[in-house]
Design a protein around this ligand. Structure first.
Ligand code: SF4
Length: 308
């Protein structure tokens, strides 16, 4: 059995920047709060947690002060009050989050990915340009942090659709009016093919030409991975796709692999691997999402090599 790790898998630039920033801060200050998981990968989160990263799910429910256990070698014996610095992760946040963080006494370090910041700005500009009649449509996962951050740029006045049937339903119900101007954007990690299908459908239903403006907002790092990953999945007898259960990008890319190679298995870690999946002559491909750390891909590949 041979095992190859996909050289294009692993963290994207936005995640590398956020995690690098968090690690630098933690090395100097010891404690940092993150609003939501910095990366949708349980193993990486646990590694950062040991360095002092504390994930909080909501600012509304955040207490006025936090205590942390004293570090090794510190004269303090009891838990001490933690300095409140809040990291904004690569997904970005709506403007209200920044206000709320200040109200709650947090200092903010912002690691919103520059690509996401640019889309947030485009959405604000598009909304201003076509006000009051224009509509913003976002192709994305309802409730996903990045999507909430995008919708928040226009005070929630954007319509989110996950696929063509949802778009069709929104048009039929009158929620989307095809006789008015529409700016359409995509969440950065959506499938380029899915976005193209959605935009084609929308274009075919518009009441007049020129009313639809399509913004190419799928992250280029994600888009280029799609084709490479499909080739990788075809080249191997079996694919082990490593991603956290919450990773939206992980599900998209794993489905893409499964479309090319029916022997595709999604795992969160080496512990989830079933030896009965493999045959002695198999060529095994190990790959992952933009939220999968390289060290985890190597750990999974090492585990598979040791099975026989
Ligand atoms: S996928 Fe692209 S847009 Fe999203 S965080 Fe990574 S680099 Fe940024």
């Amino acid at each position: 059995m041979t095992v190859e790790i996909d050289s294009n898998s692993g963290f994207c630039g936005g995640v590398i920047r956020a995690i690098g920033g968090a690690e630098k801060f933690l090395a100097e200050k010891g404690t940092l709060f993150s609003l939501g998981a910095i990366v949708h990968n349980e193993a990486e989160l646990s590694r950062l947690q040991h360095k002092g990263l504390i994930t909080i799910d909501s600012l509304t429910a955040a207490p006025a002060s936090f205590t942390v256990s004293p570090k090794e070698g510190s004269p303090a014996k009891a838990p001490v009050s933690a300095a409140k610095t809040l990291l904004i992760r690569a997904h970005g946040e709506p403007p209200r989050t920044y206000e709320l963080a200040r109200e709650k006494g947090f200092e903010v370090i912002d690691f919103t990915c520059p690509v996401v910041l640019k889309i947030q700005k485009s959405i604000r500009e598009a909304s201003r340009r076509h006000s009051p009649d224009g509509q913003i449509v976002i192709f994305g996962k309802i409730g996903h942090a990045e999507v909430l951050g995008l919708v928040g740029q226009v005070d929630g006045k954007a319509i989110v659709v996950e696929d063509v049937p949802q778009l069709e339903a929104a048009i039929d119900s009158g929620e989307i009016d095809v006789a008015r101007h529409i700016d359409v954007f995509s969440q950065t990690t959506k499938s380029p093919t899915g976005y193209e299908q959605l935009c084609n459908y929308l274009a075919s239903t518009m009441a007049a030409p020129g009313l639809l403006e399509v913004h190419n907002t799928i992250c280029s790092q994600v888009a280029s991975r799609h084709k490479e990953l499909m080739d990788f999945a075809r080249r191997h007898d079996i694919i082990v796709f490593v991603a956290g259960k919450e990773s939206s990008n992980g599900h998209v890319l794993c489905n893409l692999c499964a479309g090319e190679n029916p022997r595709t298995h999604l795992v969160g870690s080496a512990a989830e691997i079933d030896p009965s999946w493999f045959r002695p002559e198999d060529s095994v491909g190990v790959c992952g999402a933009t939220s999968t750390p390289k060290w985890l891909l190597e750990e999974v590949a090492g585990h598979i090599k040791n099975l026989h």
